[in-house]
Structure formats: C-alpha cells, structure tokens
Ligand binder design. Sequence first.
Ligand SMILES: [Zn+2]
Length: 422
Amino acid sequence: MSGSPRDYRLRCCGCGALFDDDGVRLDCAHPHPPALLRSEYAQTRYAPSGGPSVTRYRSWLPLGQPIATDAATAVYRSEGLGAHLGLRNLWIAFNGWWPERGATLRTATFKELEAIAVFGRLAPDEGRTLVVASAGNTAAAFAQIATASALPIVIVIPLEAWEPLASLVHVGPSVRIVAVEDGTYDDAIALAKRLAALDGYVAEGGVRNVARRDGMGTIVLAAVDAIGTLPDVYVQAVGSAAGALAAHEAALRLIADGNFGSRVPRLLLSQNAPFTPIHDAWSRRAATLGERSAADVRERQSRIGATVLGNPAPPYSAPGGIREALAEAGGRTYAVTNDEMARSMLQFAELEGIDVEPAAGVAIAALAQAARDGNVGRDETILLNVTGGGRARRPVVTARQRPPLVVDRAEIAATEGLAERV
Ligand SMILES: [Zn+2]
C-alpha cells in the first residue's frame, strides 16, 4: 500500500490492537475468536463540511481516495405517521429515491451509502478487484457506484436476483456480474469466497468491512444535522445488523465530541417472523445465536416477505457485535409478521406519500408496536431509519435477458478454469 496517509486507524474490538488500514483489512491480525474492527478517526470533533451529499461527512469516513457522488439521505420530521402513532417528535431518515425531499440514492436503498464508502476506502493503487456476494440491494448499489465511477468489481448473485438488479441499474463495463443458476444467496457467498481467494481478487467482507458501517453511520450524522441533537431512540429492521451497529458507532463518536450529550440512542430493532435469529437470542439474553438446522433456516427464510433480512449469521456475540450494542444501548428487539409489514408499507405510503421497501415496513411495524406498548414515549425524539424507498419512482431499465456469465450450481465446487471465465 502507498498513497496518502489515512487520518484514521482500525481498532480491534476484541483485543484492542490498532492497525494502519490498507483499505481491505477485515480482521484482527492476532489469534483470537472473531471480533469486529472499528475505525478510530484522528478528527474527534464532528466536522461536516460542504454540500448535502454523503461526502459532507468525509472526516468520519475511512477514505483512501476521494470519491465523487451526490448521494444523500433525507431527514425530516414526520407529520402523518407521527400523528397516527401519537409520537410528537418522530424523525424519518429516508434512504432511497425522493429528490423532492433531498433523498438521492439511485438504487433506492441505504446500501448505496455502504458501496460509496467501500470504494472510497480502497487504496488508490489497489490492483486487485473487489468481490462481493449479494441477493439483491447490495448488488444493485455496488453495480451503480462502480458503474458511475468506472471502478472494477465482481458481483456474485443468485440468477433470480438478476432481473431486479438489471431493472434498476445500467450495468457498466467495469462491473462483472456472475450469476449462479438455481443458486441461493448461500451459493453466491460460497462462490464469491472462492473467487476472492484467487490471485487478483479480494473479498469485500460485508459487515466486517468498516467502510460499510461508517458509510451507513452517516445516516445518524445527517439526522443530527437536521434535529440538532442525538435522538433518544433509533429504529431499524436488521438482517446483518450492520446498519444498527453503524448507528451505534456513529452515536459513540458524537458523544466523544462532547456536544451531543452522553447517552447513546436506545436501539429498537426488528426482524421479519418467522426468521428472527437476533430477536430470538436477545429476547432470551442469550450469549450466542441459537443453533438451527440448515433446512430449518432455509424454510424460515423462504417465508419472510423482507428477504433482505434473511441473514443467518449476523455478528451477534463477537466483540463489537450486536449483542454488545444492544446491551450498551438498552436495546429492545421485535418480531414482525408479513401481514404487519404489508400494512405498515401501505400506511406509510398513505401518511407520508411514498412507497417503501419491505424491510422498512418491518421497522415501521415495530415502531407501531413500541408506541402501542409504551416502549417509546410520545415526546421522545425518535429516528426511524427507512432503509429503502421510492423505487416506484425510479425509471425502469430494460433488462438484458441473461447476465453475461452464468455458472451452474455444480460448478461452484470446481476451481478449474473459473478465473479465466470471470
Ligand atoms: Zn484483536
């Protein structure tokens, strides 16, 4: 690695070791059970600068190179939904496409904030190609940002994820899509792992990549800009839990600044029943996620409407993970059925005037439960993260019928010749 020195270092949440960043480090170098890394910025004061896009928060983004984007989250005070739920101080962080409000995420979810930060984190002379696996929104977000900035990436998806992706994004020549025929998200992960181990490639890393979390942490920074203070409560639906960890970590940075109080927002997190591993574990205050058979996991995943929340292995018990964050933040978790989710999506469209993604519906339904049960106060400052919305307003791109490279499921195990084909 060379280039300009970075103004942050990486701290292992397990053993406390500090590392210079090479742009792609995902784990601690010391031998111990898995632990998340967290970025520590030289700039401890909150210092946003410049226009409304996410680059306004660059002093708290782990950047190795500048990245140009106009992507922005919109934060506004709710009138319709807030009144409906009896909440006087409900703020909505809208991540999606709603330019009239100031939300300009072209693939209509908060995943774009992750993609921007992940590419920005790379060293300017990084010669390897990132490999990312996704079943949906992440693939669209990375394809969008890579195309806009002509950055190379390999994105591995189940074939069924191709159409939704190609209807959102004009996939540019720097993006190589590899689709697994009859494949699941797990198959895509397995293939991505093998590809990333080949010469010339490197794993993007998901929730372990600090850039993903710090990119999404800008949602809380945008909220503080709009509200003027940290919220009392933070509401989001979680799969990998990266967004909730991001919010928690951003709040810790704001508290360290000294001008935003000393209390982290209570985390109010929700999952889509019957697939609720974090909720199940946290409700029992369990030390680890419960064990389930692969067949049971698949069966439950297949029954949730918010498929993006179907992550079977979120960082729960690892140091820096979601159990720790829930404990520090006095957190509470909720399970939301598909019916509740669908009702909340309709309700939001009626009350706030825009379509939202199913995962956002899961968050809205959990907030309604919490308001009903008195777990949020009517005068508390509440930040609802609408993680995706406005897709109905996006122009539909005419999809190619097949992605350029389709791999048979059976080929995933065979290493021969894979590198040449990709
Ligand atoms: Zn360590």
